[in-house]
Design a protein around this ligand. Sequence first.
Ligand code: GLV
Length: 327
Amino acid sequence: MTTKPDVYITRRLPQPALDIIAAACNYTLWDDEARPVPRDLLLRAIPDVDGVLTLLTERVDAEFLAAAPRCKVVANMAVGYDNVDLAALNARNVLLTNTPGVLTETVADLAWALLMATGRRVVEGHTLITAGGWADWSPMFMVGQDIHGATLGIVGAGRIGAAVARRARGFAMRVIYHNRRPSPAIETETGAAYRTLDDLLREADFVVVSVPLTDTTRGMFGAREFALMKTTAVFVNVARGAVVQEMELYEALQQGRPWSAGLDVFEHEPIGADHPLLTLPNVVAAPHIGSATTATRTRMATLAATNLVAAVTGQPVPNPVNLETIG
Ligand code: GLV
């Protein structure tokens, strides 16, 4: 008779993560890498499990928890956990874990990829060529914004914001940041200077958003904020789509303030080809790939697996989110 805990995994994960779980647990999983588990199947799969490993495609709420009355832990394979109703978990004393740290540098790389592609019109140029539209060379053809020597404004001075700021040194940029409260860590490490959000938006040539999605940050960028930005400014979002009021961004970009936007995240993902923002030439869109490298996604999966196993076997958990609240 087995005494191993029972867990459910909502997606086929890289093998090293499954190996970690298999060594300590009996697991069942939604054996598909590309598509999320349908909600009804998920709810039917979890009545007897001790823990669940989730992705940000799963809504973890009171209904989910009611369907999993024995569940002690939700191990989310992401640093963000806005897909999780934390109050519902706290009410049932269910532990939440996330995967901070292992994806920081990778997301910062992608922020820079968007910043550079958007500022220098790389995607627009590619599209122009493939459409047969490159007619000639001319002095002001496809001119963009200088990155070197510009002012970088980071909104959200957590791990990812600091990693984005560190990269600015190589481009001789001046770095300013806004955060809920000033962060001596980012100031010491990168020389970044604190600004109110409004001052940052007025001053920055490139604005990179790396805040978590919370009740406070939801919709924090709307018409008022875009109107403060420069007509040459580039807006980059690698946080969550819902921190931006998308239709207000659409209108602002149409009016040329900000000048352009590089977006890895959208309010309702996945977006379709008919999304209004995609009709604008000054938008570069990516399909939520901030942490998407082989090494980093594997590290995230193994860290989520380690958190899950630790929680269901009563070991110290590396990345608890609500340990203090659930006591
Ligand atoms: C991805 O977006 C994450 O939060 O890890």
